[in-house]
Design a binder for this molecule. Sequence first.
Ligand code: SIN
Ligand code: CO
Length: 404
Amino acid sequence: MSTPYQPPQAPQNLPLNKPWALFGGLSPAQFMRAHWHKKPLLVRGAIPAFRLSAEQGIPLASPISYAELVAFANQEELESRLIRSKPWRFDHGPFLSKSIPKADKPEWTLLLQGMEAHHPAAAKILSWFRFIPDARLDDLMISIAGIGGGVGAHFDSYDVFLIQMSGRRQWRISEQKDLSLNPNLPLKILQNFECEHEWVLEPGDMLYLPPHVAHDGIALDAGCQTWSVGFRSPSYKELLQEGLWRLAESLEAIPELERKFADPKQMATAHAEQLPQELIDQLQAQLEKLKLHQIDGFLPGISAYLSEPKQQAFFDGPKNPLKPAAFLRRLGTSPLLAHPQTRILSLKKQVFCNGEDMTLKQRPEIIRVWASLAAHKKYQGGGLTKVEGTSLYEAYLAGWLVFG
Ligand code: SIN
Ligand code: CO
């Protein structure tokens, strides 16, 4: 007999300087100083409920069953992958239930990305990690595997917390320098993996790995589940490119730049093939005026980019949307929540949601609501006077915000 584990929602104000079982007695502040983006951490009993329940003879099961995960793999809006070892084979979902091996079959793994948007237990576990900036968060991935299942020895460019949620998994890791991949396989698998540490994780244990630590996890039990909380780090190139092209787009809003280049001072030249100095000088002056090298001009674009939802994100507006007056009344009685696939980031007082600046040309009372949505993913309370034509009401109509 077993009962599904029900993870608690983290409190709004996380105790950043208190010891947490999740980090083996380290506080989030200590964890960040000593381990984050630096060195691995193995935590036995990171979720103590698993051990406590097992001791009482009622072992905890994963919050999500094999059958439910198989059903999720069938969904279009969820990124799923099926990996078989011996020989290595790799397929993208969606999958019909019958094409996923039964839990008691060996050597397969099903990976489901972005599960925080699809199951409240996954969203709750993610809430424990909200002492790490939202801009760094990628998603919560769930893997389920048959005995011997795994994705092979590899490395990620992600910080990842691997939480063992069902069955046991053997993890072998290495901080080796040689990260060359085997060119003959359909998956990114290391050519020469040399294990330095090896552990068997039981349900409730957790392994944190910074980027580029080689690792290989092999399921030791049928239906082994590992929940990975992953944090992305975009390359500097990606950040700069995304910032620069948004900056380029923002020039649309400066009518003055529509003016045509004028060169009444151009003199007769013997080097007609050369780019005219007059054009170079004028452009230089324009660039200086735009202050393109200053970070302030750059950050709104970066914030917009990092607040973009996942590619698979799908928003369905409300079937019977409330009219503005009814929306206002509803705000007084129900909390307004960010849809689980909605991403919100703040840049000082500016709030970006799903790639757009929601505070642009908005009244202070609307900006206050967005600030709450950014900080808590939730706004509770009435007090608004008008929502028609606001970014708040638009976001509700788009399905980015929903009533709880
Ligand atoms: C897994 O959960 O099977 C793989 C996770 C990882 O190694 O990144
Ligand atoms: Co990995």
